[in-house]
Design a protein around this ligand. Structure first.
Ligand SMILES: *[C@@H]1O[C@H](CO)[C@@H](O)[C@H](O)[C@H]1NC(C)=O
Ligand SMILES: *[C@@H]1O[C@H](CO)[C@@H](O)[C@H](O)[C@H]1NC(C)=O
Ligand SMILES: *[C@@H]1O[C@H](CO)[C@@H](O)[C@H](O)[C@H]1NC(C)=O
Ligand SMILES: *[C@@H]1O[C@H](CO)[C@@H](O)[C@H](O)[C@H]1NC(C)=O
Ligand SMILES: *[C@@H]1O[C@H](CO)[C@@H](O)[C@H](O)[C@H]1NC(C)=O
Ligand SMILES: *[C@@H]1O[C@H](CO)[C@@H](O)[C@H](O)[C@H]1NC(C)=O
Length: 195
């Protein structure tokens, strides 16, 4: 190899690094299982990384309008809103997650994190603070982060991303599988809803 061609190689190597670095800083896009970037207009099922293991949906509680976000046999589609972007959903951006068409429910359908004695860790529920008068509401924001070709949700109690907790599955005595701030991430993927 001549000196000039190795210099040229070095140049391209540096260029590649610069581009990769730029993407790393700018945050990547979140893609569904077909490779399309998630956007705010489509509905998506949130599925666990393992095939045919159900999906993320709601579970009723004894209290009217108090719904848990759980992993169960089938998924209920969600929409995403990205605070930073008008269309595409990006990793590390603040996103809000809303279920679409929760049966027999007409309250706020967005995800929040609450805390009470029913679980050892804060867990994900549906609604707004007023629906949970006897719970503590954990203030913070959801973000989607990529892990290889898969993703995880994190919940960050400040915008600076200094105290993000992984969203995983919390299950007590073989009971329902709540999404909760377990610190042990559940790897997930997104499937665009055909309807
Ligand atoms: C959103 O994504 C879907 C498929 O991934 C695409 O059909 C649709 O046109 C997109 N909408 C916008 C506004 O980009
Ligand atoms: C907007 O995007 C940048 C770069 O991805 C990120 O650092 C920042 O936290 C985002 N802001 C919000 C409010 O999501
Ligand atoms: C819809 O919400 C309103 C106000 O919260 C309530 O009065 C009404 O009964 C609800 N309707 C149904 C079908 O749940
Ligand atoms: C999601 O829910 C929040 C809070 O109820 C609401 O402000 C927002 O508009 C909803 N987003 C969508 C896409 O429905
Ligand atoms: C945000 O925090 C998560 C979890 O602590 C970490 O994996 C991720 O790299 C952080 N993102 C940024 C942009 O600092
Ligand atoms: C995290 O999850 C893995 C696999 O499900 C499990 O083996 C491990 O014990 C968990 N760790 C904690 C701290 O819960």
């Amino acid at each position: 190899m001549t000196t000039s061609s190795s210099l040229l190689n070095l140049f391209f190597l540096l260029l590649t690094f610069t581009i990769k670095l730029k993407f790393a800083i700018a945050g990547g896009t979140v893609k569904d299982i077909d490779g399309n970037v998630l956007n705010i207009t489509s509905k998506y099922s949130i599925l666990p990384s393992i095939e045919n293991h159900g999906g993320v949906t709601v579970a009723k509680t004894e209290v009217k309008n108090q719904l848990l976000v759980v992993l169960s046999s089938s998924a209920l589609p969600v929409t995403f809103t990205d605070s930073n972007s008008t269309k595409a959903i990006l990793t590390d951006d603040i996103v809000s997650v809303n279920f679409t068409n929760i049966p027999k429910y007409n309250g706020s359908s967005s995800w929040i994190v609450i805390y009470d004695k029913s679980a050892k860790v804060p867990y994900v529920a549906v609604g707004s603070a007023k629906d949970y008068p006897s719970h503590q509401i954990k203030t913070g924001t959801f973000k989607i982060e990529s892990i290889g070709a898969l993703y995880k949700f994190v919940f960050c109690s400040d915008i600076a991303n200094t105290s993000c907790k992984d969203v995983g599955v919390y299950q007590e005595n073989g009971g329902i599988k709540r999404l909760a701030l377990t610190g042990n991430a559940s790897l997930i993927k997104f499937k665009k809803d055909s309807i």
